[in-house]
Write a protein that binds this ligand. Structure first.
Ligand SMILES: [Ca+2]
Ligand SMILES: [Ca+2]
Length: 457
């Protein structure tokens, strides 16, 4: 077994100051200056990096929602992008997934495999580690990095050359007795936090920046709480909301540990045994779906505002775009809610890369890929070598992508390279602390795309 996490001996800034001191000493000795990875000249490209929180495949181009979802901006971007239709997170929850996305580290490296936050044991305190995140690494190479909204799991102002609004909607859960708060955004509360992020991004695209830049834009919706302007709720009349397919005995072919994993992140009122039952018995399943869809469309609209600003900017012909979500989401699929599960719904996310003229043409990419590969891809797009700590491989240039493994605690789920089979292996620790196989699930997604029938049962 690989160690669950590694600890570096030195804080990153300590490491940098040591390295810079060595460089200064070398310069005194007339040594050759240390080269940077920055690209120069008119061919130098910029990147707009859009991260949407908790967005599953309920976007038009991926077709994950049974009815019509209104995502015209993301769909328009998709027509011009490499569409990674089988992109999988490393950990199906915000913190661990973003640790991989922003620091390029596998769960075995960063150790954040359940609901712990960055810096909580057993994971690494990446904000105070020797590992360089994407903006820190790019900044070290002389690239201007700008970020706002939820990009890192927590605001991390020191990572950026400059940053915009760092607030996002508070997570609340008491309004309906179902753990989900939702409803129209009250304009008297001021500008919606995600709107403020979009406004900032638009203003940055209207400014003149020297050299290359990374502009990172993080939208919090459709993460809870589901609050956005009424007009987005109006797009989804309740009677037209399409509920996902379920089967009542879906959990019967799971092991005890498998059933436990499906109910992860359960928050139940006293006396209830299933969050799904709470929502269904309250008559609120459609309402919850409507609210999630409304928030998807709200984020889509803001993506459109940013991309319109880019199209109308001086940067339009030399700026690439990466759009991604940090985890998928269950809205009753598998009789379950939220994320932190190892089924398709929580592990698969949208991933679009619009990079005209690069080795990544617009079109469908149906091979399974991991979000571990996003960080080195961003470096590649900007012409910078990735740090050695990045575990993935760039999606440009034809290298095989990293295996699409998702981990939750001691359970691992992998989609085969052709994305046909999902195999989930649950491990438990024996008396010596060694992980041994508890149970296995396997699904043939070609004939059972909902992953109802565990072939190993
Ligand atoms: Ca998330
Ligand atoms: Ca089943």
């Amino acid at each position: 077994m690989q160690p669950r996490y590694v600890v570096l001996p030195m804080h990153r800034r300590q490491f940098l100051s040591t390295a810079l001191a060595a460089t200064a000493l070398a310069a005194c000795g007339q040594s050759t200056p240390v080269a940077t990875g920055i690209s120069t000249g008119s061919s130098a490209r910029n990147l707009v990096f859009i991260v949407i929180d908790d967005l599953n495949d309920y976007v038009g181009y991926l077709g994950g929602y049974g009815g019509t979802v209104h995502t015209p901006s993301i769909d328009a971007l998709a027509t011009e992008s490499a569409r990674f239709n089988r992109a999988y997170v490393t950990v199906p929850v915000c913190s661990g997934s973003r640790a991989s996305l922003l620091w390029g580290l596998s769960p075995q490296q960063h150790g954040i495999t359940t609901i712990e936050l960055v810096g909580e044991q057993p994971g690494l305190d990446l904000y105070n580690s020797a590992f360089a995140s994407i903006p820190e690494h790019l900044g070290d190479q002389g690239i201007t990095t700008m970020g706002a909204g939820k990009v890192f799991h927590e605001p991390f102002p020191p990572a950026w050359t400059s940053h915009g609004p760092t607030d996002w909607l508070p997570f609340s859960f008491g309004e309906h007795g179902t753990f989900f708060d939702y409803g129209p955004w009250d304009p008297s509360n001021g500008v919606h936090p995600d709107q403020a992020v979009a406004d900032w991004a638009v203003s940055e695209l209207q400014k003149e920046h020297d050299g290359q830049f990374l502009l990172a834009v993080g939208f919090n919706l459709p993460h809870q709480s589901w609050k956005c302007p009424q007009s987005y709720f109006d797009l989804y009349p309740l009677e037209e909301v399409v509920l996902p397919a379920t089967v009542p005995d879906d959990h019967d072919d799971l092991s005890e540990l498998g059933r436990e994993r499906v109910q992860t992140l359960l928050e139940l009122p006293d006396g209830w045994t299933s969050q799904h039952d709470v929502i269904v018995n309250a008559g609120l399943w459609r309402d919850h779906l409507q609210a999630y869809l409304a928030c998807v469309s709200h984020s889509d609209h803001l993506v459109g505002e940013v991309l319109d600003a880019l199209a109308n900017s001086r940067y339009s012909d030399h700026t690439d775009v990466v759009l991604v979500s940090d985890n998928g989401y269950h809205l009753g699929e598998h009789l379950a809610w939220r994320k932190a599960k190892l089924f398709e719904e929580a592990c698969r996310v949208p991933l679009l890369i619009r990079a005209p003229g690069r080795d990544l043409p617009a079109g469908d990419v149906d091979d399974a890929v991991s979000l571990l590969d996003v960080a080195p891809t961003i470096c590649d797009l900007l012409g910078v070598s990735p740090p050695e700590s990045f575990a993935g491989t760039s999606l440009l240039g034809g290298e095989p992508p990293s295996p699409a493994v998702s981990q939750w605690d001691t359970s691992f789920s992998e989609v085969s390279a052709d994305a046909r089979y999902r195999t989930t292996t649950h491990y438990v620790a024996d008396q010596d602390g060694t992980l041994v196989v508890d149970s296995v699930e396997r699904y043939d997604r070609l004939i059972d795309p909902n992953e109802f029938d565990n072939l190993e049962a």
